[in-house]
Write a protein of this length. Structure first.
Length: 125
């Protein structure tokens, strides 16, 4: 999943769905580490990101500009045909990208992905 890019004065910013297979996985993890968010990721002993976690990263060229991660879980709710809850786990913008439209782009991409997954309840979005 790649969202449309937004061009800033310095680079084109894009949002991508990221996991351990992504070419920029090491750079994304480094960015997440800089925010102290690695413990919030569900990465197993073999380095695989859990299928129940969605990790979106913002890129400015090849540089990581920010990340947003949420997990999904089924919930018991008779009023919904597919009861699924999403909870925000981590959100961070790298220094220097605060003035770029990274935050709204990440939040919009997260909302779109939650819609695609038919999430009924969003916590912390």
């Amino acid at each position: 999943m790649t969202t449309p890019t937004t061009t800033t004065s310095t680079c084109a910013t894009r949002i991508e769905l990221v996991d351990n297979w992504h070419a920029n996985w090491p750079a994304v993890l480094e960015s997440i580490d800089e925010h102290g968010h690695r413990p919030r990721l569900r990465i197993d002993a073999d380095g695989w990101l859990s299928a129940r976690q969605v990790l979106l990263a913002a890129f400015c060229g090849e540089r990581v500009a920010g990340h947003l991660c949420f997990d999904i879980e089924p919930v018991a709710a008779a009023q919904h045909p597919v009861p699924v809850r999403a909870r925000l786990n981590a959100f961070g913008i790298m220094p220097g990208f605060e003035l770029v439209e990274v935050e709204p782009m990440l939040r919009s991409a997260a909302a779109k992905r939650a819609d695609e997954l038919r999430i009924n309840q969003r916590i912390g979005f």
